[in-house]
Write a protein that binds this ligand. Structure first.
Ligand SMILES: Cc1cc2nc3c(=O)[nH]c(=O)nc-3n(C[C@H](O)[C@H](O)[C@H](O)COP(=O)(O)O)c2cc1C
Length: 316
């Protein structure tokens, strides 16, 4: 059986956002094959209490890839072993996060600076992971194609099953357009499946990425926060149909609020809802007013009322 479904679609790992409630929201629209968790800190995963943790939370595991971040092979192995025992679809090692607060510890994309440590991490994790193991990486510190391919070869030799490439360098951060030509180069070079990531904004972009790069899967990050139904629309386009009309946005916002309050303590749910509203409100011409209004609310009921009021008054 192939490792990934044909034209596999993925929701990207996103700190504070790709949590259980957003996963549920995305699943409710269908079309997304595999969802990534937010990155989990390998220093805390081995000791985290699943009954009280706001991170170790899920409703489904068969389509979930849990991402771990760290650079200590033993800690990464222990985290991976604990998560593997829960039977998710897969485990991912974060080698793509470019933020200084992460790379300065040699984590995330920091591992791309130290290939021997990156290899040691993957080898340690591979020993305890009995399911698909992926690495989400960037191009590297500079747009050096050969260096990217050598790094990918090293990961494949260390035992990974597929690769996700966020097609930017570390220096690029989140600016400039993603360099899809590196996804094509990686796909042509490695024998494992390649998932492309970066700047899929519309369903047509996803089709374009499949066509232009030959990638096996497409991962969507920010637009899955703005339009959690985007995977349904990509699926429609892949099948040759027009995407359906967008869902009722107010309903989507309130559904997310309900999901959050069902899964998290009220303070965490409210904080996470405020973070999500920054993205969901981008569907509205004046959505920043609504996001700002919600950000001032002190309770979940207040946030609910703020949204209801905004839509009632048509000031969105
Ligand atoms: C708010 C936010 C949080 C992110 N957190 C993570 C993370 O935890 N792990 C990771 O590998 N990438 C993380 N990323 C990067 C995304 O997974 C993705 O690679 C990036 O947004 C590019 O894809 P896009 O153009 O579809 O958004 C994050 C991105 C954003 C915007």
């Amino acid at each position: 059986m192939p490792l990934l479904p044909e034209h596999a679609l993925f929701m990207a790992p996103m700190v504070d956002l790709s949590h259980v409630a957003y996963q549920e929201l995305v699943r409710s629209f269908t079309g997304c094959d595999l969802v990534y968790s937010e990155m989990l800190n390998a220093r805390i995963v081995p000791d985290e209490n699943p009954r009280t943790s706001v991170y170790l939370k899920w409703t489904r595991l068969d389509d979930l890839i849990v991402q771990i971040a760290g650079n200590d092979p033993a800690r990464m192995r222990d985290s991976a072993a604990r998560l593997d025992a829960l039977s998710p679809f897969g485990i991912d090692v974060n080698m793509g996060c470019w933020l200084k607060k992460v790379t300065c510890h040699g984590w995330g994309a920091g591992l791309m600076k130290d290939p021997s440590r990156a290899g040691a991490v993957v080898e340690a994790v591979r020993k305890v992971v009995n399911r698909p193991l992926s690495v989400k990486m960037r191009i590297g510190y500079s747009p050096d194609r050969r260096a990217m391919l050598d790094f990918a070869d090293m990961l494949v030799d260390a035992g990974i099953d597929f690769l996700v490439l966020h097609a930017r360098t570390v220096q690029d951060g989140m600016s400039r357009r993603a360099r899809w030509e590196y996804i094509a180069a990686l796909k042509e070079h490695v024998k494992v499946p390649v998932v492309g990531n970066g700047d899929v904004v519309t369903p047509a972009d996803a089709l374009d990425m499949f066509q232009k790069t030959g990638c096996d899967g497409v991962m969507v990050g920010r637009q899955a926060l703005v339009k959690p139904w985007i995977f349904r629309d990509i699926r429609a386009l892949l099948a040759g149909h027009e995407p359906p009309a967008p869902p009722d946005l107010k309903g989507v916002m309130l559904h997310l609020l309900d999901l959050l309050s069902g899964h998290f303590p009220p303070d965490v749910a409210l904080k996470r809802f405020k973070t999500a509203m920054v993205w969901l409100s981008q569907n509205l011409a004046f959505g920043h007013h609504l996001a700002k209004g919600v950000s001032r609310e002190k309770t979940l009921d207040g946030a609910r009322a703020c949204i209801a009021d905004a839509f009632e008054r048509g000031i969105t």
